[in-house]
Design a binder for this molecule. Structure first.
Ligand code: ZN
Ligand code: ZN
Ligand code: FE
Length: 742
């Protein structure tokens, strides 16, 4: 005999987040019969019972769902089915379709309470977790998310753990990484025997040792952030002279001692994602200058695994916790790999034997004017989907080159990879391709298109070229992709004035773009204004040497002040640059990022950089030291921003000893003023009142703040990024504009 039943299919992030036990409790409380199971599409529920109970069930399902879950869609069908005597949680079922994988989640308060309770069987257990917290993405080998498909499969649960795992009323019901002292992973210091491993780790850190500590998504290099010589030793060994190191701090009290923290920033620090938040320095106190040289901010995170907390039980100073890798290569994740590659950098290794399947860095964010801006989207955020406002064909967007991510998408869902790194060598390219393979397998999307940047020599473009016999390739101009990414990010389908200010990107006319104003929507963008082209001698090497960019600008546009910069070069170098400019053996660029380089060199802030965007960042830091509203003159001619008068003004102010912070601020004010004036012109021409800001230059929060202020005063509405970075880490999302479903 079959009876009428209701079948629900729940889509979204509904696996590994306590969804089935929640469904079980809800159904049994309403005396419904049937089952719930994980399918590879999401969660399937069958309900038998009174109509009113089923109605209440569906209402509660939406309203009371577990905090980590996210329902994108519910499908409801009435079917005939065998009667069930009870409500059961059934085995997972394999099906075709898209499933979401939960990111990793910081240890929860319930677990911390148990970990600190001497009477609890997991007292001080470094891998304590539950349905609401712990590793997810980093340990998942396949879907549906079940223990046998995670790197936890090698640990057989003991009876007590298994009883929790099977008890629908337990906090650990189907918590796949569930474990304890008797049955779970272990943590140790390689080659060191000690009764208290966490006390020992703390002692080593206190004594100035550099440690590699295996975390959730890879290794950290850790050291005492208050010892300048130790931090400098780490810099020397890692060959990273200036780029700021992130810090892990014991708790909010410690954070408040060193930094200004708003309520919103506190919330972000303590969130499930537990990212690195860039915070304005209140008081450097004992934090070594070498942690973040020439910077007004510290990148701070709170402990997020149980063992980070256990380490901090014994110390009262901040730790440097930087990704264990070399110059933006992928983070190292395996014990053996760490031993091999980090032996010249660290003094000790802290290993554990819960394997990391997917590497993932710490995410980095900042808050400006209440807007959360992502700099690096990784742990805690990836691979959460981004919902699209327009459907796309199944496609794989490869991104550009620096800070790269890729995006796999289908219908109204885009899945961005976590930050992978700068695709500049074969090692990292291999990781990039492996990660793509993994995503194709896990998410079961078969792309019809491969989408690449137009730059002819990016490794991603070469990858696309290599694949062209197998799949259709589409190309999207870099800065258009920035603006498309902004529109997707805001789920916005209307028209926008798109300001893309950036480092470099290959333009449709063969020049290097980066100071562009577009108008249009997701269906197409038209370039309506841009910064005037100026020559750069030598591509990549010039970018590492801001003074050379300044020289070629001055030689070509302001030859009358050549003497101002000449002392930085030999006569031969100057002669060479002059000849190349004269003979047109140069690149032409409209990049605003490069204008920051020119200013950095003119102001003697930075002539040579050791990490990307360093010159611009240091100009920003100077500009933040004073407040005023002066700006330099500029012209808009033939749809170009001509800015030689601004550079001349900067040189004159420098000669008049106006002070570097004053000039840097005035320069920022000028760029913000240019954005306002350009927007006003487009508004007059096209009657659009919405301005969108994207591109790496808008990671400059001083410029962002000044621009927002001016645009608001002029009556504009503004679109900013929300879920993806405005830098090149967001470009792969924007590339999807090439595969819209018409
Ligand atoms: Zn927990
Ligand atoms: Zn156990
Ligand atoms: Fe870019």
């Amino acid at each position: 005999m079959k009876i009428s039943s209701v079948k629900l299919r729940i889509y979204g992030r509904v696996q590994g987040v306590g969804f089935r036990p929640f469904v079980y409790r809800l159904a049994t409380a309403l005396e419904l019969k049937g089952y719930v199971l994980n399918s590879s599409k999401g969660v399937e529920i069958l309900l038998q019972g009174s109509e009113s109970s089923i109605k209440k069930f569906i209402g509660d399902l939406k309203e009371k769902a577990p905090p980590l879950s996210y329902i994108s869609k519910i499908e409801e069908d009435v079917i005939e089915s065998e009667p069930f005597a009870e409500f059961k949680i059934e085995k997972s079922k394999k099906e075709e379709g898209l499933v979401f994988i939960s990111p990793d989640i910081a240890v929860c308060d319930d677990c911390l309470r148990e970990m600190r309770d001497p009477k609890d069987r997991r007292y001080r257990y470094p891998f304590i977790n539950c349905t609401n917290c712990g590793p997810r993405y980093t340990i998942i080998e396949d879907i549906p998310y079940d223990r046998v498909k995670t790197t936890m499969k090698k640990f057989k649960m003991c009876d007590l753990c298994e009883a929790e795992y099977k008890d629908p009323l337990s906090r650990r019901f189907h918590a796949q990484p569930n474990s304890c002292y008797d049955c779970g992973p272990e943590l140790w210091i390689e080659g060191v025997k000690t009764a208290d491993v966490f006390k020992e780790i703390a002692e080593l850190l206190k004594a100035g040792k550099i440690l590699a500590i295996k975390g959730l998504g890879g290794f950290h290099l850790a050291c005492n952030a208050t010892l300048d010589d130790v931090v400098n030793r780490l810099r020397a060994r890692k060959k990273r002279p200036h780029k700021p190191f992130a810090l892990m701090m014991k708790d909010l009290n410690m954070v408040e001692h060193y930094c200004y923290v708003s309520d919103k920033e506190k919330e972000l620090l303590k969130s499930l994602q537990s990212p690195i938040v860039l915070l304005k320095i209140k008081n450097r106190d004992d934090v070594a200058d070498s942690v973040a040289p020439n910077n007004n901010y510290l990148g701070v995170m709170l402990p997020y695994t149980p063992y980070h907390y256990l380490i901090f039980e014994h110390i009262d100073f901040p730790l440097v916790m930087t990704s264990a890798n070399f110059s933006d290569s992928p983070i190292i994740k395996d014990n053996e790999e760490a031993k091999l590659k980090l032996k010249t950098i660290v003094d000790f290794f802290v290993f554990h034997n819960r394997d990391i399947r997917h590497r993932v860095d710490d995410s980095v964010l900042f808050i400006e004017n209440e807007n959360i801006q992502i700099i690096r989207r990784a742990r805690g955020y990836a691979p959460d989907p981004v919902k699209l406002p327009i459907r796309v064909r199944p496609s794989l967007a490869l991104g550009p080159e620096l800070k790269n991510t890729f995006t796999l998408a289908k219908d109204d869902t885009a899945i961005l990879s976590p930050h992978i790194g700068d695709l500049k060598n074969n090692d990292i390219m291999q990781v990039f391709e492996e990660t793509i393979d993994e995503y194709l397998r896990l998410f079961k999307i078969e792309p019809e298109f491969l989408i690449a940047d137009m730059h002819p020599s990016y490794m991603t473009t070469e990858l696309a070229e290599r694949s062209k016999d197998y799949i259709e390739i589409k190309y999207v101009q870099h800065h258009k992709a920035h603006i498309y990414s902004l529109l997707f990010d805001n789920q916005f389908t209307g028209k926008v004035i798109g300001i893309a200010f950036d480092g470099t990107g290959f333009g449709e006319d063969g020049n290097i773009w980066g100071g562009e104003v577009f108008i249009g929507d997701l269906r197409g963008l038209e370039r309506v204004y841009h910064f005037d082209y100026f020559p750069i001698v030598g591509g990549d090497s010039a970018i590492k040497n801001p003074k050379r960019i300044a020289l070629s600008f001055i030689i070509s546009q302001l030859p009358e002040v050549e003497s101002f910069i000449a002392h930085k070069f030999t006569p031969f170098e100057i002669e060479l640059v002059k000849r190349m400019v004269d003979h047109g053996k140069v690149f032409y660029t409209s990049s605003v990022g490069r204008i920051f380089d020119i200013v950095a060199s003119i102001l003697d802030i930075r002539d040579k950089i050791t990490y990307e965007a360093q010159a611009a960042i240091e100009v920003q830091m100077q500009g933040e030291l004073v407040e005023h509203n002066d700006f330099y003159s500029f012209e808009i001619k033939n749809r170009r921003v001509v800015f030689a008068s601004m550079i001349l003004g900067i040189i004159e102010d420098k000669l008049a000893k106006k002070g570097v912070p004053y000039i840097a601020r005035k320069f920022h004010n000028t760029i913000a003023e240019i954005i306002k004036v350009l927007s006003e012109r487009v508004r007059e021409e096209k009657d659009i009142n919405l301005v969108g800001l994207s591109g790496g230059v808008f990671q400059n929060r001083l410029l962002l703040k000044l621009t927002l202020r001016k645009l608001k005063e002029a009556g504009f509405k503004v679109l900013l990024h929300k879920n993806v970075p405005s830098n090149d880490g967001g470009v792969s999302l924007g590339q999807l504009a090439a595969s819209l479903v018409e």
